[in-house]
Design a protein around this ligand. Structure first.
Ligand code: CP3
Length: 359
C-alpha cells in the first residue's frame, strides 16, 4: 500500500526518532527498547562477567560503549540508549550503592535530616565523568540515522531508593517519610533535582540528542503527592533543560500513574512514554489537542515470551491505536532477562515491514 495521506516522509538524513519526537508522524514508527542492552543478550553477559561490579561497567567508557552498541548490531533500532543506571546519581552524590547479584540495588539509606549532609554535590561531575566520556565516544561510533538517548531517574524515584536503601514493593517507608517529615523530604528531593538537572545538562553537552526521564515509582503516589514530588519537579527540570537546549527532545516516563498521565501533558515535554497498563487508544484520544506531543510505547514486555503471531498482532494493534499521533514504538517497561533475542528481532522486522499499516 502507498503511504497513507498525512504521514510525513522523513527528509533525507533526518534521524527518524528525532523527527517523531519533534512532532512528525512516520510510518513505520521509529523503534527502540528500554533495557535493550542487558542480560537477555549473551554478548552482554560475557562483558558483564569481565567487569567487577555492575557500577564498574557503568563507569568504564570502553565497556559501556560496547554494551550500548550490542543491540544495534542485532536489530534495526532507531535509538541507542546510553548504558548506565539511574542510581549513578545518588552514587555520585556520595551514597554507597552496590548491586547484589540476583537481588538488585542496595544503598546506604538516608533516613533523616542529619544524614542529608552525606549528600555532597561538589564531586558530582568528577564522578560522572566516565558517563560523559561514554556519550562522547558513542556519538562518534553510532550509525548515522541512530539517535543517542541520554537519561536520568527523576527525584522522587531516586529519593525512594535513597530512603528505603533498596527496591521495595510499594515504597511505604519513603511515602510515610514524605508525609511525616515533608521539610526533610523536600530538601532531599531538591538536592536530587539539582543533581539530575546538572547531570542531564552535561549529558547533552557530551552528545545526547534526546533524553528520557524515568519516574519508575511515580505510580505509588496519589494525585496530591504526585503533584508535589513528581509533576512539579518534572515541570522545573523540563523548563530548565528546554531553556538551555531548546532543540533536544525530552521524553517523560512516569510509570504506573494511570489517568494522572493527563497532568503530564502541560509540562512542555516532547513525548510521554506509556507503561503497559495505559491503553494506547485511550491515551491517543485523551491527549487529543496536545499535539505535537508524541506518545511512546507500550508493548507488554511479557508478549516477547509468548507466541510469535500474538506478539506481532499485539504490536500491530499498538501501532494502529497510535496512528493519529507522532509515535515511537517501545515496550511498556524494560526487556526482561528471559527474553529470547530472536523474538525481538522478529518484532523489529515486523515493525519495519509495516505491520501497523491498514490491511
Ligand atoms: O538499555 C537500557 O535501557 C540502558 C540502561 C539502563 C539500565 N537501567 C541498565 C541496568 C537503564 C535506562 C536503567 C534504568 C533504571 N535502573 C531504572 C528505570 C527504569 C525501570 O526499570 O523502571 C531503574 C528503576 C533502575 C534501578 C535498577 N538497576 C534496578 C532496580 C536494577 C536491578 C534489577 C535488575 O534488572 O537487575 C538495576 C540493574 C540494571 N540496570 C541492570 C541493567 C542492564 C542489570 C544488572 C546486571 O547486569 O546485573
Amino acid at each position: 500500500m502507498a503511504d497513507a495521506p498525512g504521514i510525513d516522509q522523513p527528509e533525507r538524513a533526518e534521524k527518524p526518532l528525532l523527527a517523531v519526537l519533534r512532532g512528525r508522524r512516520l510510518d513505520p514508527p521509529p523503534v527502540w527498547f528500554m533495557r535493550q542492552a542487558g542480560r537477555y543478550l549473551p554478548e552482554y553477559r560475557a562483558i558483564r562477567a569481565r567487569a567487577r561490579g555492575f557500577l564498574d561497567l557503568c563507569y568504564d567508557p570502553e565497556l559501556a560503549v560496547e554494551v550500548t552498541l550490542q543491540p544495534l548490531r542485532r536489530f534495526a533500532l532507531d535509538g541507542a540508549i546510553l548504558f548506565s543506571d539511574i542510581l549513578v546519581v545518588p552514587h555520585a552524590l556520595g551514597v554507597e550503592v552496590v548491586f547484589v547479584e540476583g537481588e538488585g540495588p542496595r544503598l546506604a539509606p538516608i533516613e533523616g535530616p542529619r544524614e542529608l549532609a552525606r549528600l555532597d554535590p561538589t564531586r558530582l561531575h568528577e564522578r560522572l565523568e566516565p558517563v560523559y566520556e561514554t556519550l562522547r565516544r558513542l556519538r562518534r561510533a553510532l550509525p548515522p540515522l541512530v539517535t543517542l538517548i541520554g537519561f536520568a531517574g527523576m527525584p522522587w524515584t531516586l529519593a525512594a531508593y535513597v530512603v528505603e536503601g533498596r527496591g521495595a514493593k510499594d515504597f511505604v517507608r519513603a511515602r510515610a517519610l514524605a508525609r511525616r517529615e515533608p521539610a526533610f523530604f523536600a530538601a532531599l528531593v531538591e538536592v536530587l533535582e539539582n543533581a539530575v538537572l546538572a547531570f542531564l545538562d552535561r549529558q547533552i553537552a557530551a552528545g545526547a540528542e534526546a533524553v528520557q526521564l524515568f519516574d519508575s515509582w511515580a505510580g505509588v503516589l496519589p494525585e496530591s503527592e504526585l503533584r508535589r514530588w513528581c509533576i512539579e519537579p518534572a515541570r522545573r527540570i523540563v523548563a530548565a533543560l528546554r531553556s538551555r537546549h531548546p532543540e533536544v527532545p525530552i521524553v517523560l516516563f512516569p510509570r504506573g500513574v494511570g489517568a494522572n498521565l493527563l497532568h503530564y501533558r502541560e509540562l512542555g515535554a516532547n513525548a510521554l512514554a506509556l507503561d503497559t497498563s495505559v491503553p494506547m487508544a485511550w491515551a491517543a484520544r485523551a491527549l487529543e489537542g496536545s499535539e505535537p506531543l508524541a506518545l511512546q510505547g507500550n508493548l507488554d514486555p511479557v508478549a516477547l515470551l509468548g507466541p510469535e503471531e500474538a506478539l506481532v498482532e499485539e504490536a500491530r494493534a499498538i501501532v494502529a491505536a497510535a496512528a493519529a499521533r507522532p509515535h515511537v514504538f517501545n515496550l511498556g517497561h524494560g526487556v526482561l532477562p528471559e527474553t529470547p533475542p530472536e523474538r525481538l528481532a522478529r518484532l523489529v522486522e515486523s515493525l519495519k515491514s509495516g505491520c501497523g499499516r491498514a490491511m
